[in-house]
Each structure stands twice: as structure tokens, then as C-alpha cells.
Design a protein. Structure first.
Length: 157
């Protein structure tokens, strides 16, 4: 897993075998097989610490705690991405109807889905993510882990 500044832009996705060795079974299932972790039984749904969330595979910055809110769904939810260029949206059509999948740009990890039922005063979107696809970098570790440029990204204006 990468965490050095800007290394995610040159990230080369490892083979499935390497990813299976590096990730937990739920991390692999979610990011590589479009799985979903259990609601209310995941690492970040209740996390209220300041910092940023990065892709568990590539380390690319995805979301800020500034934009995290309790959606009541049991998964971490955000009103917008920290780095919109690191987010790829794909339309899905299946048993649950039409949805919009959220993937990371460089690792092509499945992250979750985006819905238009988020807080209206904050844009109206709910980026409903799987904790298993994310790694949290706390405010006090941003500089040491190569994310110093995001030091102000979680401070509520």
C-alpha cells in the first residue's frame, strides 16, 4: 500500500495474487470484486476523528472528515470527494435498479455508491463508502505519511 506524496499518480496496480496477500479478505472482496461490507459493523462508520480517507490499495486521497456525516445507513458517508479527479463514477444496472458506482481512479478500486439523497444544504449527495476500501490518515499523521498538502482539508470553515 502506497502512502508517499503523489506516488498514487504513477501507481501500477499489482496482480490479483499480490493484492490477495496484501489485503484482508473483506478488503479484497470489496475493492476487487465489488463486494459490500456489513452495515454498522465496519471500521469507519462511527469515526469522528479529523483527517482524510485514502484508497486502501493505492493511497490516493479520496475524502475528508470535513465532508463526512452520519447518514444513518451504517456506512461512512460523505457529501463530496476531497479530490474529485481521483473518483470515477460508473452507471450500474442490476437487481437493485440503476445506481452509480464510485471507483478510485488510479487503483480502480470499488469504493461504494453515490446517491442524491444527501444533505441538501451540502450539495445533496451521499457518497456511501465501504470502510474496507479506505484507510484513514489522522490529522497528526498527514505530514509524516506524505499528505501534508491536505492539512487544511478537514477543518470546517
Amino acid at each position: 500500500m502506497v502512502s508517499s506524496k503523489r506516488t498514487w499518480t504513477s501507481f501500477k496496480k499489482p496482480s490479483s495474487e499480490i493484492l490477495r496477500a496484501q489485503l484482508t479478505s473483506i478488503q479484497y472482496k470489496v475493492t476487487q470484486e465489488k463486494g459490500t461490507e456489513k452495515a454498522f459493523a465496519n471500521e469507519y462508520a462511527d469515526n469522528k476523528a479529523e483527517g482524510i480517507y485514502v484508497d486502501i490499495v493505492s493511497g490516493e486521497p479520496l475524502f475528508s472528515s470535513k465532508d463526512k456525516y452520519d447518514s444513518g445507513t451504517g456506512w461512512p458517508s460523505f457529501t463530496r470527494p476531497l479530490e474529485p479527479a481521483n473518483i470515477v463514477l460508473r452507471d450500474e444496472f442490476g437487481l437493485l435498479g440503476a445506481r452509480t458506482e464510485v471507483r478510485s481512479r488510479y487503483a480502480d478500486s470499488h469504493l461504494g455508491h453515490v446517491f442524491n439523497d444527501g444533505p441538501r444544504d451540502r450539495g445533496g449527495f451521499r457518497y456511501c463508502m465501504n470502510s474496507a476500501a479506505l484507510r484513514f490518515v489522522a490529522k497528526k499523521k498527514l505530514a509524516t505519511e506524505g499528505y501534508a498538502e491536505y492539512a487544511g482539508a478537514f477543518t470546517i470553515n
